[in-house]
Design a protein around this ligand. Structure first.
Ligand SMILES: [Zn+2]
Ligand SMILES: [Zn+2]
Ligand SMILES: [Zn+2]
Ligand SMILES: [Zn+2]
Ligand SMILES: [Zn+2]
Length: 437
């Protein structure tokens, strides 16, 4: 009896842990990131509505990253990300698709949201953690760079040299260097910085290793020096974002919060945290929030709020609502990626299946026409070359679908299912139609 009772008490405590951490993430982390936008807007003496209008073109292309719009000079998107950064429902929170448009708008342009203005009297209340973070890193760069350079009174070169070790291991993810501590571990497998980008950031100078490493074939990073010709304005936005996320104290804190949010809720299979998990997340979250608050001069305000949270009784209903909002946000953020992955998997399965069945059907009438080709790619005797062909075909199809999905022009028509069942049954499907269908 006592045992059962103590288990029950324990789980209540764990549930409470979960609820408190949720509040810390949904309310306080969000508010901290929004404070940064507030600070940026205040420093530029504009309202949030003016901020959105000023950046309308960039915001539009954070969502529609493939097609040029009326404002694009020579039909060139100013800069584009390989994937959408925000989706249409997030855009709708800030931009009024049905209101008046900027004079740049070409009358017969039919693109949704093109040249559309911010919602009248827009307030920052519409911002959740996800959108606030996206606006911060894409549109408030001056503030983020200020935190790295002007505030500590150093040059961009100083800043890059100070962070040389971190950046080096974003280029060489699994190779120890002369500045590694013996306990350094390498967990990542993909580099965030390419050779080309590294050479753009750093010049090679001839100096002796400061760490006196004599072991041959050990990388020495002492000979790299940030290029003198660099300015924060000639670094490509995407590379700039990578550097800021890795090296800027404020952006690092924002990334910690995002990471914790995704770890605790992204794969939420349980709605409780045991005490040691709780303490770890609590400390990491609080440290990150206070780091952000420092830049906004709101350290005291946030410390007090975090202390209050720890001692205040919880309203279970309110927290439950927060959790559902949070999950909705994470889902939204992952949605584009997810739907792409789903389609990719489906396509890959179909292609694999159809290739697997080819051998049975070659003897049919198809043999005379495209049979030869399919015989060659019979998976039982797929040569390396054909494997490459096959995977090229797959990546091509995937890239095509990806492009259509991001332009919102991918539609699953009836023919897909007919085609798929035909592929599954017979191994071959020939689809005829004008280009683009
Ligand atoms: Zn347009
Ligand atoms: Zn444009
Ligand atoms: Zn337009
Ligand atoms: Zn190292
Ligand atoms: Zn060295």
């Amino acid at each position: 009896m006592t045992l059962i009772l103590s288990v029950k008490i324990m789980s209540q405590k764990e549930r409470e842990n979960f609820y408190r951490q949720t509040t810390r993430i949904v309310d306080h982390s969000r508010d901290a990131v929004v404070s940064l936008i507030e600070l940026y807007v205040r420093r530029n003496h504009i309202t949030f509505e003016v901020f959105i209008n000023t950046n309308q073109h960039a915001i539009f292309h954070l969502c529609f990253n493939k097609k040029p719009c009326c404002q694009c000079v020579s039909r060139q998107i100013p800069f584009s990300y390989p994937n959408r950064v925000i989706n249409e429902s997030q855009l709708t929170l800030m931009i009024d698709a049905n209101g008046s448009r900027f004079p740049s708008h070409i009358v017969n342009c039919k693109i949704n949201f093109c040249c559309c203005k911010a919602k009248p009297n827009l307030s920052m209340d519409v911002l959740d953690f996800t959108i606030a973070r996206v606006l911060l890193i894409n549109l408030c760069k001056e503030l983020v760079w200020y935190d790295c350079i002007a505030l500590p009174k150093i040059t961009l070169q100083d800043f890059l040299n100070m962070n040389r070790h971190v950046l080096f291991h974003e280029r060489h993810v699994a190779v120890p260097c002369c500045s590694c501590s013996p306990s350094m571990t390498f967990q990542r497998t993909r580099s965030a910085i390419t050779n080309q980008e590294w050479n753009f950031l750093f010049d090679t100078v001839s100096v002796k290793c400061f760490n006196q490493i004599v072991v041959s074939n050990m990388h020495c990073i002492c000979r790299f020096n940030a290029s003198q010709s660099l300015s924060q304005h000639n670094i490509h936005p995407e590379l700039g974002n990578t550097i800021l996320k890795l090296c800027c104290p404020t952006m690092k804190a924002v990334e910690v919060l995002r990471q914790i949010r995704n770890t605790v809720y992204g794969h939420a299979t349980k709605a409780f945290l045991n005490d040691s998990e709780y303490i770890q997340y609590k400390e990491e979250t609080e440290t990150a929030i206070i780091e952000i608050a420092k830049l906004c001069n709101k350290e005291n305000e946030f410390s007090k709020r975090l202390d209050d949270l720890e001692n205040r009784p919880l309203d279970e209903m309110i927290v439950k609502q927060k959790i559902s909002i949070l999950l909705e946000n994470i889902n939204r953020e992952n949605n584009i990626q997810k739907s792409l992955e789903d389609i990719t998997t489906k396509l890959q399965e179909t292609i694999d299946n159809s290739l697997g069945k080819v051998s049975d059907t070659i003897k049919s009438s198809v043999e005379n026409t495209i049979g030869d080709y399919f015989q060659k790619i019979n998976p039982t005797k797929l040569s390396e070359e054909h494997q490459i062909q096959k995977s090229n075909l797959q990546s091509y199809v995937i890239a095509q679908v990806e492009a259509h999905v991001s332009e919102n022009t991918f539609v699953e028509t009836k023919i897909i299912n007919i085609g798929l069942s035909c592929l599954n049954g017979k191994g071959v499907a020939v689809v005829v139609g004008p280009p683009g269908t």
